[in-house]
Design a protein around this ligand. Sequence first.
Ligand code: NAP
Length: 190
Amino acid sequence: MSGSEGTAKRRTVTLHMVSSLDGFIAKPDNSVSWMDNPGSIYEAGVSISQEEIAAFLEAIDCYVMGSRTYEHALELGWPYGDTPVVVVSGREWPPARKSVEFYSGDLKTLVDVKLAPRYRNIWVVGGAMLCQRFLELGLVDEIKLTIAPVLLGEGLRLFGGSLSEERWNLKNVVAYKNGFVELSYSAAGA
Ligand SMILES: NC(=O)c1ccc[n+]([C@@H]2O[C@H](COP(=O)([O-])OP(=O)(O)OC[C@H]3O[C@@H](n4cnc5c(N)ncnc54)[C@H](OP(=O)(O)O)[C@@H]3O)[C@@H](O)[C@H]2O)c1
């Protein structure tokens, strides 16, 4: 793996998800194509160029995801380039691309022992099950939640269903021209 090895700065774990207005991250058939369909143009919103997106993604040192999200990403077409990806799974997997490694075990150990010494900007990108576990364990520093302008009615619930009450601090809101809104929060006390 490459990355920010040897940096003294503290790592940040950012949890990023895209949710429908009614709190689903995938349809019952797992499809996420609703994310690609913009609503009507929101004139006051911002738009970002491909170059800005590329620069933003460049700053992410490592992605962490559950095995179901990994399987779905393989099906849809790998969106993570050569950025290191850790797939959390208790199963055996066939050899994958060079940037991917599999991890089975305690998630706090994953973050503190395996990732923190190597990476500063760590993104947990789903799915519901893994994100719920990261939140339960208090391993998340920031939540970036993008709300898509669509009601799905049913599907896979954002963060699963059994988190306890916890306050987060709103840090930023960005409304995009395509009707998506990105909400950024930091953990209370962070
Ligand atoms: N809208 C969005 O932003 C977004 C983002 C990501 C994913 N998604 C969608 O969400 C769906 C997948 O989410 P999901 O909740 O079903 O699954 P998931 O969280 O992606 O993966 C669950 C799997 O991860 C492994 N896992 C999770 N926690 C673990 C732990 N503490 N220790 C060990 N292994 C652990 C297990 O793998 P094993 O069974 O292999 O042991 C578990 O079955 C897909 O449809 C995907 O497209 C949507």
